[in-house]
Design a protein around this ligand. Structure first.
Ligand SMILES: [Fe+2]
Length: 317
């Protein structure tokens, strides 16, 4: 069994959506992902990179964040993290086993974090032999930010159980890495549990501008950005609200971290060192829209779920 098992990447996230065809249409035509398979009422979507899929959409009466999928090196690490999760008292949702071929196969297990968020850990998931040659579409999943009511315990789960490292800490968010990317998971110290936002990586600023242009051309408003975070990660950001009410980000140029030299910076340091004292290092992006604020707090998702429930009940009578 591996002595130091750890997560190496976030493969992507899984969402429950109210209308899978409408959501899949948004993520294919507007966001730029490509369908790679479907099973029952779940659609799997890839980016241009080789990861089997970066997003799955499962039709359900209410939209919800279903969880994240985490990559480890091999079966030994799957088994080792499973053993460690059991020792942590984690709620094991499925024990290590071969995974369904329609979702890329591989070997893995899943568990729930202390606040109930499902995490699947896997190795040997099929990879696409060929990258899609289109710089105007996302290349990979970048990061998932969770609203974590009990964030110290959740941070311990990510760091002590899954091998993440703390990159930076601010008053609002802890940023965790599992690769040279400054953050792949971040924990927002806010009401939760839930999805604060999910981000997909563009290969360059030029690529991101093309993607933002496509989204706007198709009628999707830019709710925050384009800007460069004047905070941890230093990445370029652009935020949209997707059809279910989740906050979705296109990002690029995230800081690459060297474990040997990177200084973890505290919330006190960040209070003192933000350029302009605002959210954008360029001084270009203004504050996020009210819609984006409600998406990141989960209020918009709840409102749209409630609205659709009323419509569905009225149609049934
Ligand atoms: Fe982000």
């Amino acid at each position: 069994m591996s002595a130091n098992p750890r997560v190496m990447a976030v493969r992507g996230v899984d969402l429950a959506v109210r209308d899978v065809e409408a959501s899949a249409d948004f993520y294919k035509r507007a966001w730029g992902l490509e369908e790679v398979g479907r099973q029952d009422s779940t659609v799997y979507l890839r980016a241009t990179g080789q990861e089997h899929h970066v997003l799955s959409l499962r039709e359900a009466p209410q939209a919800a964040f279903l969880g994240s999928r985490l990559a480890v090196a091999d079966k030994e690490d799957v088994d080792a993290i499973h053993a460690r999760a059991t020792g942590f008292g984690a709620d094991i949702a499925s024990v290590p086993a071969d995974l369904p071929a329609h979702a890329g196969g591989g070997y893995g297990f899943s568990f729930r974090t202390p606040d109930g968020i499902l995490q699947s850990v896997s190795s040997h998931v099929a990879r696409h032999a060929v990258r899609i040659d289109d710089r105007k579409r996302p290349v990979k999943f970048s990061h998932v930010v969770l609203r974590a009511a009990n964030y110290p315990q959740l941070r311990s789960f990510y760091c002590d159980l899954l091998g993440f490292k703390l990159s930076d800490e601010t008053d609002g968010i802890d940023f965790l890495r599992c690769s040279p990317d400054h953050h792949s998971v971040a924990l927002a110290k806010a009401e939760g549990p839930g999805l604060h936002h999910m981000a997909f990586e563009m290969e360059s600023l030029d690529s991101l501008l093309y993607a933002v242009g496509r989204l706007r051309h198709l009628g999707h408003e830019l709710e925050w950005g384009i800007g460069r975070h004047s905070g941890p990660g230093n990445n370029v950001f652009s935020f949209f609200v997707e059809p279910n009410g989740f906050a979705a980000e296109m990002t690029t140029e995230m800081d690459q971290v060297d474990d040997a030299t990177y200084p973890v910076r505290s919330k006190e340091w960040w209070r003192e060192n933000r350029p302009y004292g605002g959210p954008c290092a360029w001084g270009v992006a203004t504050l996020r829209s009210d819609l984006m604020h409600r998406a990141r707090t989960g209020k918009l998702l709840a409102e749209r779920n409630a609205c659709d429930k009323v419509i569905a009940e009225a149609m049934a009578h």
